[in-house]
Ligand binder design. Structure first.
Ligand SMILES: Nc1nc2c(c(=O)[nH]1)N[C@H]1C(S)=C(S)[C@@H](COP(=O)(O)O)O[C@H]1N2
Ligand SMILES: [Mo]
Length: 409
């Protein structure tokens, strides 16, 4: 359980008040803009949100405290690798582990789709051949708060995402320790957090065997060269490059191969999208257990990291940002300085791999008065961002063109 004491330990001077549970100071519009909180979010959300420090973290935008849901301000995306202490935090269940003793931690591997079972210690995991992959972890509901009309759920702005270099053991090597049966269809993963107290069903997820067998699907114990931060899944989490964050189980405790589609609440009832409305690989075994289909790969997207909303610019704006997708890689980013009337190609920055944030920059001419600077990315599969949202009940896959309003002087 995340206690007030734990929060206080990590609270910086300016945030101690919030951590005591006393009335939170309301942040005003100007401050919210600096924090990178979108002006498009519902006013209720904007009023409640506050910059707050979790233990071991820089200030993040708190959307809910229990369970902890904290997103990164836009400023934190100025580098294509998100530092560990600036990485967003998302939990579904209030009863999250406080500290995990790696000497006692075990990862149980088995299930009716496996030929046997084994308990791995943290040392066992670290002894296995290690793989490294740079990959974006983005919540399916990132930007949900920008959906019009509004949909229920955590009203995220732009920052429920981050990109890190993950290091760990291949899931397929772990599964090879027990051996998969020929009729195994999914790999089910569970973490140490629980929902018993508030009656929320335990957070358990599954991925298809085909995704589990990819060389970059790993049980990670390192993030950007350091142990995983507590709130990002210490001591080990699943990393599923290309797929939205929901499958990236934190505080991993069990891996089970199963011969029937897993029907837990978080597979059957949540994290689903209408069939055939979005691109992305199909999660075939799950399609038999509902009218809709599980969300899988991220859609192509971009974010303008500078200039920020309201900046005053004379003549020419240097526009910087990042682009990403579900793993085909970014082919092109275009930028407009005139609200989408004309577009020019941005220069792509360093390629850290097909699952990573791709930095880009462009210099565009801007006129006088309020101007809209926009960006749109295209991936190697030829998919682009949208000008109109594909409506879906849970507000997933928001990938409208990126835009900031600046003042030409
Ligand atoms: N144990 C556990 N793992 C979890 C979750 C959770 O609630 N509990 N949420 C998932 C979701 S929906 C997302 S978006 C990512 C967020 O990862 P982060 O908190 O490290 O940023 O964790 C995933 N793994
Ligand atoms: Mo998520």
């Amino acid at each position: 359980m995340l206690t007030r004491r734990a929060l206080l330990e990590g609270a910086g001077a300016g945030t101690a008040l919030a951590a005591t549970g006393l009335a939170l100071p309301k942040i005003d519009q100007a401050k919210a803009e600096i924090a990178g909180l979108s002006a498009d979010l519902p006013s209720g959300v904007r009023g409640e949100a506050a910059m707050e420090r979790l233990p071991g973290k820089q200030p993040l935008i708190k959307l809910t405290y229990r369970p902890p849901n904290y997103e990164a301000p836009i400023d934190y995306f100025k580098t294509p690798i998100t530092p560990n202490d600036k990485f967003f935090v998302r939990y579904h269940l209030s009863d999250i582990p406080e500290r995990i003793d790696i000497a006692k931690w075990t990862l149980s591997v088995g299930g009716d789709g496996a030929n046997g079972s084994v308990d791995l210690s943290f040392a066992d995991l670290k002894k296995m051949p290690a793989v490294e992959v740079v990959a974006v972890n983005q919540c399916s509901g990132n930007r949900r708060g920008l959906f019009q009309p509004h949909v229920p759920g955590v009203e995220w702005g732009y920052g429920a995402m981050g990109c890190a270099q993950w290091k760990g053991a291949k899931l397929k090597d772990i599964l090879a320790k027990v051996g998969l049966k020929a009729d195994a269809v999914e790999i089910v993963v569970d973490g140490a957090d629980k929902g018993a107290v508030d009656k929320t069903p335990d957070f358990i997820k599954s991925i298809p065997v085909s995704k589990a067998m990819e060389d970059t699907t790993i049980v990670a114990y390192e993030m950007n060269g350091a142990p995983l931060p507590h709130f990002n899944g210490f001591p080990a989490r699943l990393v599923v490059p290309g797929w939205t964050g929901t499958y990236w189980m934190k505080h991993l405790t069990s891996i089970k191969a199963v011969i029937k589609p897993f029907e837990g609440f978080w597979m059957k009832a949540a994290y689903r999208i209408p069939r055939d409305k979005f691109p992305g690989v199909k999660f075939a075994s799950q399609e038999s257990i509902g009218p809709n289909t599980p969300i899988t790969e991220m859609v192509v997207n971009s974010l303008i990291t500078s200039p920020s909303n309201g900046a005053k610019i004379k003549g020419k704006a240097t526009v910087n940002g990042i682009a990403w997708d579900g793993g085909s890689g970014i082919k092109m980013v275009e930028v407009s300085g005139d609200g989408g009337k004309t577009w020019q190609k941005a220069t792509l920055g360093k390629d850290l791999g097909k699952y990573a944030f791709r930095p880009w920059s462009a210099a565009v001419a801007v006129g006088k008065g309020e101007q809209k600077i926009m960006a749109r990315a295209t991936n190697n599969a030829g998919q682009g961002q949208l000008t109109e949202l594909i409506q879906n009940p849970a507000g997933y896959h928001h990938n409208l063109y990126a835009a900031v309003a600046i003042i030409g002087v």
